[in-house]
Design a protein around this ligand. Structure first.
Ligand code: CDP
Length: 224
């Protein structure tokens, strides 16, 4: 099945809060796949830039920071570093800074290499992000593009994160989508061969059932 000389890769892309993490974790369990949340790495870089008071729009300094973080975390890979608590990486200032960091071509190149390296060491994996099926693994085994109306995505995220206000989350979702879709380097767009699922009117079970049948159709076996 892996026609591309690397692991079986399930690529799950889509806008902010589209339910990628929840569905990827469920697929990972069902099909025995290793899971990678690629957005976390962009969030780590943005978080460290804020901590170190490095302006996030300074391409040279942010690229330097990225190199430093990669070197520092060599033994565990920045992608899977356990040093960062989710609530720190999901704080409002990081949500704002991450869109700017993710626009930088040099940073994207480095994160892309880390992801390819990580995937090369797996047999089967599911990776979520914005450019997995378009730029990082154009020959992925299965590609999904998950989306939903912004109001629904914001409502789901408020329910999930409890503390945040609906208005703030909706504004953040709309702002990040616009930034991700309009950037020059690997903008957020559905791959032509991605299976598009609008989850606005679907339950999690229905979404998972569609994703699971597509995976089975591409030869992935259920983990019993
Ligand atoms: O979980 P949520 O959908 O809110 O976002 P995330 O997956 O944690 O990604 C945070 C940000 O990282 C996105 O808004 C993008 O700017 C950037 N990102 C990216 O550019 N490429 C990826 N493959 C993943 C994330």
């Amino acid at each position: 099945m892996p026609e591309q000389g690397f692991a079986t890769v399930v690529a799950v892309d889509g806008p902010a809060a589209a339910g990628k993490t929840t569905t990827c974790l469920a697929l990972a369990r069902s099909f025995d796949l290793r899971y990678l949340e690629s957005g976390r790495t962009y969030r780590i870089i943005a978080f460290e830039a804020l901590q170190r008071e490095i302006p996030v729009d300074n391409t040279g300094k942010i690229t330097g920071l990225c190199d430093e973080l990669i070197t520092e975390s060599r033994s565990e890979s920045l992608l899977t570093s356990e040093r960062y608590a989710p609530e720190k990486l999901r704080a409002a200032p990081v949500n704002v800074a991450v869109s700017t960091v993710a626009k930088i071509a040099e940073v994207r190149q480095r994160v892309t290499s880390l992801i390819r390296l990580w995937a090369g060491a797996q047999t089967r994996c599911v990776i979520e992000g914005r450019d997995i099926g378009t730029a990082i693994f154009p020959a992925a085994t299965v590609k999904f593009y998950l989306t939903a109306r912004p109001e629904i995505r914001a409502m789901r995220r408020v329910r999930q994160e409890r503390a945040a206000s609906y208005e703030n989350v909706l504004n953040d979702v709309i702002r990040r989508d616009a930034a991700d879709m309009s950037r020059t380097v690997s903008p957020l767009v559905a791959a032509e061969d991605a299976i598009r699922i609008d989850t606005s009117e679907l339950s999690l079970v229905e979404v998972l059932s569609r994703m699971s049948s597509a995976c089975r159709n591409r030869g992935l076996e259920i983990n019993r």
